[in-house]
Design a protein around this ligand. Structure first.
Ligand code: C2E
Ligand code: MG
Ligand code: MG
Ligand code: MG
Length: 293
């Protein structure tokens, strides 16, 4: 049947082995249908203060709850969504849902317990002339304060010329904060850090992996530490906050703290989870704060 054929093409395309035109059209239609059917949802990964281990905010990460394939990770569909343009309406959903949920957390727990939240934003969205207006509307409709919204962008996305640059400065003027995601993996340059109106730099997981290994003469671990230290020092000098991504064990957390990182994210500190689980974490934290007061 057409449905089976479509599915076969989808899988072939998703695994990246072959990209026939029909599959391209197929996944575009599939994503559109999924969006209309409400199959996308958000999970949230805690952003954690390393010293106290308090959850101070969340990163919103999209998931596709596919009726047959189960939960599909963004690595499998974001590239296709970007190619087909569906990232624009999908990103709109992600933005609005992040703002709605975050405003609810802020109202329930207050700014001492819940500080900030952010979605990832694709370069394709930044090219959409409506994007800044959509951010403004999502904030207005939800009541979530602009300065608590953190848009995560990759380095390659921000190097895309005057239109993107204008959008970034307009977002900045709105009070929204921008984070440079996966820092160190792209065409990172010092001038980018200086020119880009970012507030936050997220050290990529690849510099955290193995950073705790301390065998003398292991050049790889030394090099990661050197990069991690340079990023936190330079960011500090430029007045930017830092977040270390992909922390998977306590040794990495300790090492990063010693290097000067105050905020981290990673499976060791909290996996991406459903909104209800974040709500429980925040409630526990509120009770701890109340008990200490
Ligand atoms: P990212 O923004 O750098 O998000 C971090 C990714 O690393 C997430 O994968 C998260 O689950 C994973 N992660 C966090 N801590 C650890 C750890 O300790 N170990 C390991 N191995 N992984 C960890 P996820 O959710 O699969 O997302 C992958 C990428 O897809 C994201 O990377 C982001 O670039 C993109 N993405 C996710 N949601 C969206 C979205 O709504 N819009 C757009 N445009 N891109 C998105
Ligand atoms: Mg991110
Ligand atoms: Mg990241
Ligand atoms: Mg990443």
């Amino acid at each position: 049947t057409a449905k089976q054929r479509g599915k076969a093409n989808w899988v072939r395309y998703a695994t990246g082995m072959e990209k026939p035109l029909v599959a391209h059209a197929q996944i575009g239609g599939d994503l559109r249908r999924a969006l209309d059917a409400g199959e996308f949802r958000l999970v949230y990964q805690p952003l954690v203060e390393l010293r106290t281990r308090r959850v101070i905010g969340v990163e919103a990460l999209v998931r596709w709850m596919h009726p047959e394939r189960g939960m599909v990770s963004p690595a499998e569909f974001i590239p296709a969504a970007e190619r087909t343009g569906l990232i624009v309406p999908l990103g709109r959903f992600v933005l609005r849902e992040t703002c709605r949920q975050s405003a609810a957390w802020l109202a329930e727990f207050g700014p001492d317990v819940f500080q900030k939240a952010g979605p990832n934003v694709s370069v394709r969205q930044l090219h959409d002339p409506e994007f800044v207006a959509e951010v403004r509307a999502a904030l207005a409709d939800s009541g979530f304060p602009a300065e608590r919204l953190i848009l995560e962008l990759t380095e390659s996305a921000v190097l895309r010329g005057p239109q993107v640059s204008r959008a970034l400065h307009e977002l900045n003027a709105l009070g929204v904060r921008l984070a440079l995601d996966d820092f160190g993996t792209g065409e990172s340059s010092l001038s980018l850090l200086r020119a880009f109106p970012a507030a936050i730099v997220k050290l990529d997981k690849s510099f955290v992996d193995g950073i705790e290994l301390d065998e003398p003469g292991t050049a790889a671990a030394d090099a990661r530490q050197a990069v991690a230290r340079a990023v936190v020092q330079l960011s500090g000098a430029l007045g930017l906050d830092t977040v270390a991504e992909g922390i998977e064990n306590e040794e990495q957390a300790q090492r990063l703290m010693r290097l000067g990182y105050t905020t981290g994210q990673g499976y060791h500190l909290g996996r991406p989870m459903e909104a209800e689980q974040i709500t429980r974490l925040l409630a526990a934290q509120r009770d701890l704060i109340a008990a200490a007061a």
